[in-house]
Design a protein around this ligand. Structure first.
Ligand SMILES: NC(=O)c1ccc[n+]([C@@H]2O[C@H](COP(=O)([O-])OP(=O)(O)OC[C@H]3O[C@@H](n4cnc5c(N)ncnc54)[C@H](OP(=O)(O)O)[C@@H]3O)[C@@H](O)[C@H]2O)c1
Length: 329
């Protein structure tokens, strides 16, 4: 698989990265239901065999569990893998989640992630959400100190808007932005993409298949009771039926390239030169086998225009039905 350099750094990321949220499993507020660790480890190892060279996880995924599973999967080959994780979402003994960018909290989180990941250094350490707004500068400065001390190689941010990016960049260079980015989430394409282009900041796009919706295989009846998607706007009516209609319209477009809808969704994200890599989630080896096929080919203008047309019709239908429309889209 081709690699792209992440912003100003010396990290060369495969165009598809492995996203480790779902393999954090169930038992917490944003869990995906039961998940077999052996399958998760097999999925990661298969990804590495197929040319994926980096993994995105977070302390919060499975309340530490995802990081531990990642560590087991890369045991003995840590040097071949770029590890990215995140801080700012913390939990208490009851599993209640809150946000903190207090300097001592960021440091404590980093030390815990290093332990769980069983490593001496985190290649990319990201602020997960800008929710503790007043302390963005404080938390970002602490990441600067962790870099100076050699515990972290590069610092990145996630879910930041242009205003947040400007504040962080004024303190020390931001290596990467991790925004949601898919056909259904285009909010960051404007100011944030421009800021990243101008400041040599890499973009690692999350949920390129809208958390499974844009795969052409999504079956709502298979969601476990505790899967967070049951509560998400795009997975509830009227959006769900309209989204599944949209996916059906994508099938012939993908078919013209001999590709699947999941592969089309990933290729669509990678079409933008600002995007370094698409982070795809996988719960089993066969899922990553398919989705890496989103890299290495390009969509032509005619099909991009067709997708825009379909997206406009999707929007019309959702608004007409009084459905869910996220802020800023
Ligand atoms: N920074 C943030 O705030 C943030 C937020 C979200 C995600 N992320 C990162 O981005 C990564 C990817 O995002 P994501 O997991 O939400 O979404 P995604 O990559 O768009 O979708 C992944 C999900 O789609 C399903 N899937 C994957 N391959 C498939 C295939 N070939 N056929 C059918 N279904 C398939 C799987 O779920 P099922 O089989 O259960 O349907 C899988 O968990 C995360 O793991 C995480 O690292 C970051």
């Amino acid at each position: 698989m081709e690699r792209r350099r992440l912003g100003f750094t010396d990290l060369e990321l495969s165009e598809v990265g492995f996203g480790a949220w779902a393999i954090g499993g169930g038992g917490w507020a944003f869990g995906w239901g039961p998940q077999d660790d052996a399958e998760s480890i097999a999925a990661i190892r298969r990804a590495l065999e197929l040319g994926v060279n980096w993994i995105d996880t977070a302390a919060i995924y499975g309340l530490g569990h995802s990081e531990e599973v990642v560590a087991r999967a890369v045991e003995g080959r840590r040097d071949e893998v770029i590890l990215a994780t995140k801080c700012s979402l913390i939990w208490d003994e009851k599993g209640e989640i809150s946000s903190s960018l207090a300097r001592e909290s960021v440091r404590r989180e980093c030390e815990a992630s290093l332990r769980r990941l069983n490593t001496d250094v985190i290649d990319l350490y990201q602020i997960h959400w800008p929710e503790d707004d007043e302390r963005i500068e404080e938390g970002w400065e602490e990441i600067g100190r962790l870099i100076e001390e050699g515990l972290v190689r590069y610092g990145g941010v996630s879910n930041f808007l242009a205003g947040h990016l400007r504040r962080a960049q004024a303190i020390h260079p931001v290596a990467s932005l991790q925004p949601p980015y898919s056909m259904l989430r285009r909010r960051h394409e404007g100011s944030e993409f421009a800021f990243c282009r101008e400041n040599d900041i890499g973009i690692i796009a999350y949920s390129p298949m809208q958390s499974g919706l844009l795969t052409g295989r999504f079956d709502p009846s298979r969601l476990s009771e505790e899967d967070w998607r049951r509560r998400a706007g795009e997975f509830q009516e009227p959006n769900l039926s309209i989204n599944l209609w949209f996916v059906d319209q994508l099938r012939p477009v993908a078919g013209e390239y001999g590709k699947t809808v999941a592969q089309l969704a990933v290729a669509w994200v990678l079409r933008r030169e600002e995007v370094t890599s698409a982070i795809v989630g996988a719960r089993r080896p066969d899922q990553i086998e398919e989705t890496i096929g989103g890299a290495g080919w390009t969509l032509d203008e005619k099909h991009l225009a067709k997708i825009d047309e379909l997206l406009a019709e999707r929007k019309r239908r959702i608004l007409e039905a009084g459905g869910y429309w996220p802020e800023g889209e």
